[in-house]
Design a protein around this ligand. Structure first.
Ligand code: COI
Length: 353
């Protein structure tokens, strides 16, 4: 049972919603009227409140800025045709958030703050959920250390926040991806499975180099041979090979994607065989040359299902035609129908706000 939490609410005087242009929604740029803030001190969470979206004040010696104790999640909310708001699988993100917290020596956030706080916040800013195809309200829960001290040790104090932004499609156009041969995102025993800020900071330089060569993202490979596939910059990766869905198995170098898990479930419902296993890039090149790769796509909360039109490894450029990706399209449509209440939510994925 979830405890009933006393959340102080201070509402904005006048909503900014009328200034929002739904046809112009770059990812993560516009935020709703309110945010949730909670403080951790003296070994407990306190002062949980929903207040107008606003800047924070922190010490220049803030330990998250110096040593990186900072984690986040990405979740989406939708409205059905009655206008009711639903959050997609927030308990999965809640569990992953606390796994990240554990790995980064941060306190766990209780369900009554993470889930119930999120519900209450969305209820207040519900009108911001775009009711347009491929649009959603992106929910960003995050936590960071707030001690003002330069000692290299876990902070004693933290802030947990939830902010919300209406978003459109993340990668509207099919992606061009370069297989990474030099840089490493995660190694065994490291923090690759956690959603900590540093994983994203460390990925920017290789991504920027790939972008200069005309690619959207890199496909990360293992730290030793740069052969075994891990994940794409901001999403998991999957292939349809000879009609079977194949995706890298979960290891501590890979983020346990909620969309990845949803795709696996939907494919099983569709009767399509699925394999979670190690995938070597040489196998992909060989299968490509034999014409056996039918589809390639990324899976993520922000990205949903993002088709790949080009995959480059050394001097091999593998080209795909996303207009023929019938399985990816079917999965995307199924996800859309479940999220917007068109189809029955048979897996109990949607949490009513
Ligand atoms: C998400 O899909 O929620 C992500 O974490 C990607 C984000 C870093 C843009």
């Amino acid at each position: 049972m979830t405890e009933v939490l006393d959340i102080n609410v201070r509402k904005i005087k006048s909503s900014r919603l009328q200034d929002l242009n739904i046809d112009e929604l770059p990812f993560g740029k516009y935020f709703t009227d309110h945010m949730l803030v909670a403080d951790y001190a003296d070994g407990e969470w306190q002062h949980v409140e929903i207040i107008p979206y606003q800047p924070l004040t922190i010490e220049p010696s803030n330990s998250a800025l110096h040593y990186g104790q900072s984690i986040f999640e990405g979740i989406k909310a939708y409205r059905d045709h009655h206008g009711d708001a639903y959050i997609f699988r927030p308990y999965e993100n809640f569990k992953r958030f606390n796994l990240s917290a554990q790995r980064m020596c941060m306190p766990e956030v209780p369900e009554e703050i993470f889930i119930e706080g999120m519900r209450k916040l969305i209820e207040i800013d519900k009108e911001w959920i775009p009711q347009k195809k491929d649009h959603a309200l992106y929910i960003r829960p995050f936590m960071f250390a707030t001690d003002g001290a330069l000692g290299v040790k876990p902070s004693d104090t933290y802030k947990f926040l939830i902010i919300l932004c209406p978003v459109g499609p993340f990668h509207a156009a099919p992606m061009k991806i370069a297989v990474e041969e030099k840089y490493t995102r995660a190694a065994p025993g490291g923090v690759g499975f956690s959603k900590n800020a540093g994983n994203y900071g460390g990925s920017m330089y290789p991504a920027m180099k790939a972008q200069k060569e005309g690619y959207d993202q890199v496909l990360w490979t293992d730290a030793f041979e740069h052969k075994w596939l891990q994940e794409v910059g901001m999403m998991n990766i999957g292939f349809i090979i000879n009609g079977t869905f194949v995706t890298p198995m979960l290891e501590d170098t890979i983020l346990k994607g909620v969309t990845r898990d949803s795709v696996l479930t939907i494919l099983k419902d569709m009767g399509i065989s699925t394999e979670e296993r190690k995938i070597n890039i040489d196998e992909i090149v060989e299968d490509y040359k034999k014409g056996q790769i039918n589809e390639v796509f990324g899976m993520g909360t922000a990205a949903v299902i993002s088709p790949v039109k080009e995959l480059k490894y050394k001097d091999v450029v593998m080209k795909f035609d996303p207009s023929t990706f019938t399985i990816a399209a079917k999965v995307k449509q199924t996800l859309y129908e479940i999220r917007t209440g068109i189809s029955a939510d048979t897996h109990d994925w949607m949490l009513k706000v």
